[in-house]
Design a protein around this ligand. Structure first.
Ligand code: LAN
Length: 729
């Protein structure tokens, strides 16, 4: 493996970086002048994030080496450590939400298109991250950080490094190029790769499958209208169809001309791009085209070439730009996530010019998706994990009975206040194909503003925990009952009531189109992206949120009861024959098993009296490893069958334990062994080290959730200690 430091690549001084978080949770890294550094001390959170030696590693009060060190002590030490990672100003737990290797390219391309120079400290760190994450064997990159090298990963990161100033003959570039060319070169890149390369004038639009802008003109009644697609896919398709429609290519520079000669196996001019429309390297391919899609694409290509009236194209492009402006307005230039953020910035730059105030706002917002770590800087999967992490933080503290400890009071209040501030208070502009969102919670920040079912439910649960605890009576009224009612309104409105998915919850919206539309998925590297799906974890969380609310309030009582009842029914029907549940947002059966068993526990079902719970437990127990823990890998998500690693992971073990404990699994030995592993893996400081990737999306892409290795072990240890009280380990 070649690391940036050994290669003598320029770096920056980690002591000079500061992370500024504002009260709505925006995270911005800044490189301070040498003289300024002493004026603004580095927070403990930043010292930890950057591995700065001055991080004040806590001395444990009760050490794991002491006789009689209990699970409760371990939870306490974990919580104390986690407290140091909280940003005081915002109450959030800033962390590097990384994994996908196709995010940073968007930022770099947008800066290139706008002719904006990337500041030097940032440029160095962006280079470092990509160099440090090259595949140790062949020097390429994959779709995500755990992946083998692929054409899309390697081509995009290669181009990115070249745009950031890496020399063609640098050893890193030589190795990556060799790998890229061995795989057939950039010509066989999957769809999104082809789009970025075309924008950069390194590919020709004839080689990219069509993204017809006219689709946006169809009546919404049409069951496959793009506004019925999954929020992310339609948000990305929108600017992509604009760029494809105008066949946008940036000006060819000498550097781009050089890159053209580096990423293909043949001279650029000799390549018949149109003949490579459906050429996707087999290594990259996860979701092949259907025959329907290929036939449709062929017809559209013919239409675009021979039949398309120019006025119609123009009209569609205007309509698209109108919709883009609505997305910008609804999210104040953040957009739903960094991919459409960069694409929308490019469209804005084309429409308004690089010097426009609008493009300038994008440049400012970009700062919120860039995140620094010891390996360098990257563009994250979203603008953070703020709401989601704060919700689980509060829940884990309560699960471990730590809310009563005065030393954690401030931490919990800060996280609570952040959640209160992050509840959405305004609706989207009319006509933007968005549902009512007042009262909902997003995944990251209020500014991003996309309601998510499980984020709403988990945040509501956390807020209710604090509100109803006598310890926190002073802050109780920082969120009103009316506001909580609004959250319930949103949640009830998100439940699917159609036949096969009856009672389920999807992620951002109700399912708006027939699932058969998946046959038009042309992304090639992801599955289940065209439309919302019924997700068992989102349904579990929603049951938790609703039933928790029901304990304290009787607002829309009958409807809430009914919603819980049909959701539980869905959860049961989603169980597979072997007792498992397939999880879509964490890895994988273990993650979903925990959520499902917790939801069923809340619905009053346990091992002794429920066949479903019993089977769910037996499944998890059958996967326990000889070391006492659990360990599932990303392969499970890809292959839809449980694939274990040899050595257990802390997060997976915590998930399995939470499920088993809440299900009242009767065999103590199984649980004790897992608890033992959590204790053994904890450092004396209370920290658990990163072991393996925890999250996933679209079945094929891994993503890291750095707070999971704290919140879930604390929760598992806490539930265990409460449950077995005196004779707990
Ligand atoms: C996320 C992250 C959080 C996640 C949970 C809340 C955990 C989940 O239960 C519901 C879905 C949600 C909100 C989610 C959806 C898809 C996201 C936004 C991501 C996995 C983070 C990155 C990903 C986004 C789609 C990346 C862009 C790539 C595409 C393939 C469109």
């Amino acid at each position: 493996m070649l690391y940036s430091d050994e290669l003598g690549l320029p770096t920056t001084d980690s002591r000079r970086w500061r992370l500024f978080c504002d009260e709505v949770g925006a995270e911005r890294w800044e490189y301070m002048d040498e003289q300024e550094t002493s004026k603004v001390p580095q927070t403990t959170c930043v010292q930890w994030l950057l591995n700065v030696p001055s991080f004040p590693t806590p001395e444990p009060e009760v050490s794991s080496k002491d006789q009689g060190f209990t699970a409760a002590n371990a939870a306490y030490n974990g919580a104390r450590f986690l407290g140091l990672l909280q940003d005081e100003a915002s109450g959030t737990f800033p962390c590097s939400y990384r994994g996908p290797m196709f995010m940073t390219i968007g930022y770099v391309v947008a800066m290139h298109v706008g002719g904006v120079v990337i500041p030097e400290p940032q440029r160095r760190e962006l280079v470092r991250y990509v160099v440090n994450t090259a595949h140790p064997v062949d020097g390429g990159w994959g779709l995500h950080s755990e992946d083998k090298s692929t054409v899309m990963g390697t081509a995009l990161n290669y181009v990115l490094l070249r745009l950031l100033g890496m020399e063609r003959e640098h050893i890193v570039m030589q190795r990556a190029r060799k790998t890229l060319l061995r795989m057939g070169g950039a010509i066989g890149s999957p769809y999104w790769g082809k789009v970025w390369l075309s924008v950069l004038n390194l590919y020709k639009w004839e080689g990219v499958n069509p993204a017809p802008p006219e689709l946006w003109l169809l009546p919404y009644q049409f069951p496959y209208h793009p506004a019925r697609w999954w929020v992310h896919t339609r948000a990305i398709f929108l600017p992509m169809s604009y760029l494809a429609g105008v066949r946008y290519q940036c000006a060819l520079t000498p550097l781009l001309e050089e890159i053209r000669s580096e990423i293909f196996t043949r001279p650029f001019e000799e390549i018949d791009f149109a003949a490579n429309r459906n050429n996707v390297c087999g290594i990259d391919l996860y979701y092949p085209h259907t025959t329907v899609l290929n036939t449709l694409n062929k017809c559209i290509v013919g239409y675009e070439k021979y039949l398309r009236p120019n006025w119609l194209l123009k009209y569609s492009l205007n309509r698209i730009y109108e919709l883009i402006k609505m997305e910008i307005q609804n999210t104040d230039y953040l957009c739903i996530a960094p991919v459409n953020n960069a694409l929308n910035a490019i469209v804005t730059c084309i429409e308004e010019g690089p010097d426009s105030a609008e493009f300038g706002r994008f440049l400012d917002r970009f700062k919120e998706v860039l995140f620094l770590g010891p390996q360098g800087m990257l563009v994250m999967g979203t603008n953070g994990v703020q709401v989601w992490d704060c919700a689980f933080y509060i829940q884990s503290m309560f699960a471990a009975n730590l809310q009563d400890k005065p030393e954690f009071y401030e931490n919990i209040v800060r996280a609570y206040r952040f959640l209160c501030r992050s509840q959405i208070t305004d609706d989207c502009v009319p006509g933007s194909y968005r549902d009512p969102r007042i009262g909902a919670w997003p995944f990251s920040t209020k500014t991003q503003g996309y309601a998510v079912s499980d984020c709403t439910a988990e945040a509501a649960k956390s807020v209710l925990l604090v509100r109803n605890s006598p310890v926190f009576k002073e802050v109780r009224d920082e969120i009103s009952s009316e506001k909580l009612q609004k959250a319930i309104d949103v949640l009830l409105g998100l439940q699917n009531l159609g036949s096969f998915k009856y009672g389920s919850f999807a992620s951002y919206e109700k399912i708006r189109a027939p699932l058969s539309i998946e046959s038009l998925n042309s992304a090639e590297v992801f599955a289940n992206i065209m439309v919302e799906h019924p997700y068992v974890e989102c349904t579990d969380s929603s049951v938790l949120g609703l039933s928790f609310y029901r304990k304290y309030h009787d607002y829309r009582q009958d409807e809430v009861d009914h919603a819980i009842k049909i959701a539980v029914k869905f959860i049961k029907s989603a169980q597979e024959k072997d007792g498992s549940w397939y999880g879509c947002w964490g890895i994988c059966y273990t993650y979903a098993g925990m959520f499902a068993l917790e939801a069923l526990h809340n619905a009053g079902e346990s091992y002794a009296d429920s066949e479903v719970v019993k089977k769910g437990c037996e499944f998890l127990v059958s996967k326990q490893l000889p070391d006492g823990g659990w360990s599932e890998t990303m392969k499970s998500s890809e292959l839809h069958t449980y694939v274990s690693d040899k050595r257990s992971y802390v997060v997976q073990t915590a998930w399995a334990l939470i499920g088993l404990l809440l299900a009242d699994y009767p065999d103590r030995k199984v649980i004790d062994r897992g608890i033992q592993l959590l204790k053994e893996r904890q450092l004396p400081s209370g920290e658990w080290k990163y072991e393996s990737i925890e999250g996933v999306f679209n079945h094929s892409c891994a993503i890291e959730y750095p707070s999971y290795r704290f919140v879930f072990p604390i929760k598992a240890l806490g539930i265990y200690s409460k449950k077995y009280a005196k004779d707990a380990l």
